[in-house]
Design a protein around this ligand. Structure first.
Ligand code: T1G
Length: 705
């Protein structure tokens, strides 16, 4: 207990150090200790100024999110901050690394703030579906203005120490020795007799009129699609114009409201689910605590779209990369697309030209497989053909020392069959990247029964190195994400088209539900032929009753591959990404439907959404009961970070729990009766519903009922 906040005296300065690993969360106990040490300092008249800081990497990641489901407990944030702000002697905060949410609010309750040059100051509460609830919506506008405060809180993205100095949030930026600079600053305060400077006494210099609000909301429109927290944030910041006591009371009420919202519960679920997915269930393996694997040189085989994206992701992570392809023309083309990708990153200000040049330099061609012998990791991303891939991994197996990792980027083939094509199946596993591989957050790690724990832990380390959200999947058709997409979500979307809905109706319904893009538009973006090829591989080892993607496969036959051919489910004029309806597609669908005696009818948005989402959930439950996914929460991470499922709904399995599994089961049974076998309810849903249980409960007890 004593260790989390320490107190020391340096001359006239009372030094308060927060030390609550791993992220200096301002938990209930930290607040208690802060009150203790500030009270004690108050009795020591030799102390003329208090300095709050830390020796840890970061100042504080904010309030303890794990405490949100319980009453805050005394002392509350407000009590600690009132104690700090009303202190008769000046209180200074010295910020190193991150100061986020309640951590920054604590610093704003102090009278003066210094930041290290590498500090990052932010209010990420909106990413958790809550508003800043410890004075942030009242003090930040007083320090930087209401408009800047609204923008900072709606974006949730931290700003640098220098930007914080420029907008008045901090008083000084320290080059290297933050502690030294802060102590100098404190002594200067004492020397100059400068007292406390209470932000709550300040006023907000600018206002928030409709035009500001509209333009600020517009600039965050994409991130805020389907969200509601922003409205509470605006209301709270508008209250900062009122006298302090009124504004802070309004903030407290709105903070409670946001905390109780479904949106916040969903986003908090994902916060912990993304950290939990880094733990290999049933083992002590936790990617977050793992040493980064000693990987210096990586190699990618196959210089197509995925291969180039993976090479860029590896170069962005600081690795030297060898790019191999048995087609010399493909290698030449690859560097054109790699240069184009970096050029657009420079144009968007994501990297500087120097950094881009450095990363491009690190991706070198290696025309022969033998040149990959020194690679610490090799990822094959060649054409999705089993025999071709078997040939590649068995050759690699003879070239690479046995402890080196061989990963396959297959999205539909059996990783086990590929592993067994080598003499060392324990070092072969799937690293399933998502388009675009260099920016998509998700990485499905596909393990086989042969995969060694060492290989698995190394891949976790690689995921961390690539800053990807890693989820472990068992080796079965489509792993977690594609299986649910093909056998559930997309399949039902096609069924609805055969029964009378148009591609626009289906896509609009799912986009209104919260997906960034509807299923038909996604299929056109990825290429309808990609899906067709995946199904050809599927049908080599399994069957699916007709109709199963008969529309997409017909479009592929007709060369309507999607955006890349200007026609797919939609028409795309002159290489644009603008999808326009194509009446020819409706007649193709009508013909396929009449060939199967499927009668067509008007279908409303509610039915479209319900059928697509429930089939996603149903197949998700099958993936869980088959042990392909270890946790329902892992499925939520896969779908929100790799397939565009709306984060503010928490993912398909969390969403199912909010609907209630009895209701979900009742609706699935309704469609089973109406639409047939592929709607048979997953046994897990039947078991959980009959036990009035939930996926969340299953994860927590992780014992099937
Ligand atoms: N509370 C509790 N635990 C936290 C935490 C927090 N605020 N932040 C991180 N952790 C845990 C996390 O679960 C993990 O645990 C470990 O720390 C390492 O985190 C009043 C109400 C700081 C950028 O939204 O964004 O203040 O899995 O794996 O990748 O208005 O954590 O190891 O057991 O993520 O280096 C606002 C949340 C809170 C910041 C570090 N603050 N944290 O990233 O490590 S709301 C936030 C992060 C608030 C006030 C309101 C990141 C990070 P475990 P990690 P990382």
């Amino acid at each position: 207990m004593a260790k989390i906040v320490t107190f020391d005296q340096e001359g006239a300065v009372g030094l308060i150090c927060i030390d609550n690993p791993p992220v200096n969360a301002i938990s209930h106990s930290v607040r208690g200790r802060l009150v203790d040490v500030i009270t004690r300092a108050g009795k020591n008249f030799g102390i003329k100024v208090l300095l709050i800081t830390t020796d840890a990497e970061l100042f504080s990641a904010g309030a303890d999110i794990a405490e949100f489901d319980h009453p805050q407990g005394e002392p509350s944030f407000a009590q600690v901050q009132t104690m700090i702000e009303s202190s008769p002697i000046p209180v200074v905060a010295a910020i190193r690394g991150l100061a986020l949410g309640g951590g920054l609010e604590l610093a704003m309750a102090c009278h003066y703030r210094l930041a290290h040059k590498n500090a990052k100051l932010g209010m990420p509460e909106i990413t958790l579906g809550i508003i800043p609830g410890a004075g942030g919506t009242q003090r930040l506008p007083r320090l930087i203005g209401a408009r800047a405060a609204l923008n900072m809180i709606l974006s949730g993205t931290p700003i640098s120490g220098f930007d914080a100095k420029a907008n008045g949030l901090v008083d000084e930026v320290a080059e290297d020795d933050l502690r030294g600079a802060a102590l100098d600053f404190c002594e200067r305060l004492v020397r100059e007799g400068r007292g406390p400077r209470r932000t709550s006494n300040g006023t907000v210099v600018d206002g928030l009129d409709e035009a500001n609000i509209t333009s600020t909301l517009r600039s965050h429109a994409r991130a805020l699609q389907g969200r509601t927290t922003q409205h509470l944030i605006i209301e709270a910041i508008q209250a900062s114009k009122l006298p302090w006591s009124q504004g802070i009371a309004i903030e407290a009420g709105l903070a409670q409201k946001s905390l109780a919202s479904r949106e916040s519960m969903a986003l908090r679920h994902l916060f912990f689910a993304e950290r939990e997915s880094a733990r290999l269930s049933g083992t002590s393996l936790n990617a977050k605590q793992m040493q980064a694997p000693r990987i210096r040189l990586a190699a990618v085989i196959g210089a197509g779209t995925m291969g180039c994206g993976i090479a860029i992701a590896l170069a962005d992570a600081g690795l030297e990369v060898l790019l191999n392809d048995n087609d010399p023309a493909a290698l030449i083309r690859s560097h054109k697309s790699i240069n184009l990708t970096y050029a657009s990153s420079v144009r968007r200000g994501r990297v500087t030209q120097t950094v881009a040049d450095e990363r491009i330099r690190r991706i070198r061609n290696a025309p022969t497989l033998e040149e990959l012998a020194d690679a610490d990791l090799v990822i094959e991303a060649v054409f999705e053909d089993l025999e071709l891939k078997k040939n590649v991994v068995s050759k690699l197996d003879s070239i690479l020392p046995p402890q080196r990792l061989i990963a396959t980027n297959t999205s539909t083939l059996s990783v086990t069959e590929l592993a067994l094509a080598t003499a060392h199946p324990e070092r072969v596993l799937g690293l399933h990247f998502f388009v675009p591989a260099n920016t998509s957050r998700l990485l499905e790690i596909v393990r086989t029964v042969h995969t060694s724990p060492e290989s698995l832990s190394t891949t976790f380390g690689i995921a961390k190195l690539l800053r990807k959200v890693a989820v472990v999947s068992g080796d079965a058709f489509g792993f977690i994400g594609n299986r649910m997409m093909l056998d559930g979500y997309f399949r039902e979307a096609e069924q609805l088209l055969l029964e009378g809905a148009t591609p626009t109706q289906v896509d609009t319904a799912l986009e209104n539900f919260g997906f960034a893009m509807g299923p038909q538009r996604v299929s056109d973006l990825g290429g309808n032929d990609v899906g067709t090829k995946a199904r050809i591989q599927l049908f080599k080892r399994d069957t699916r009753p007709d109709p199963y993607f008969v529309i997409a496969d017909r479009l592929t036959e007709m060369g309507r591959l999607g955006q890349k051919t200007g026609r797919g489910f939609y028409r795309y004029a002159n290489d644009s990404r603008e999808a326009t309806q194509d009446p020819e597609v409706n007649s193709i669908i009508e013909k396929l439907a009449s060939e199967r005696g499927i009668s067509r009818r008007e279908i409303d948005e509610q039915e479209i959404v319900e059928r697509c989402i429930l089939s996603l959930i149903n197949v998700g439950a099958m993936v869980l009961e088959e042990g392909i996914a270890a946790r329902a929460a892992d499925i939520d991470v896969v779908w929100t970070s790799g397939y565009g499922f709306p984060r503010h709904l928490g993912g398909p399995m969390f969403y199912a729990d909010t609907l209630g599994l009895s209701h979900v089961l009742q609706r699935i049974r309704h469609y089973h009766e109406k639409l047939g076998h592929h709607w048979r309810p997953a046994m897990l849903i039947e078991r959980l519903a009959s036990a009035s249980s939930s996926f969340e409960h299953r994860d927590r007890t992780s014992a099937s009922p």
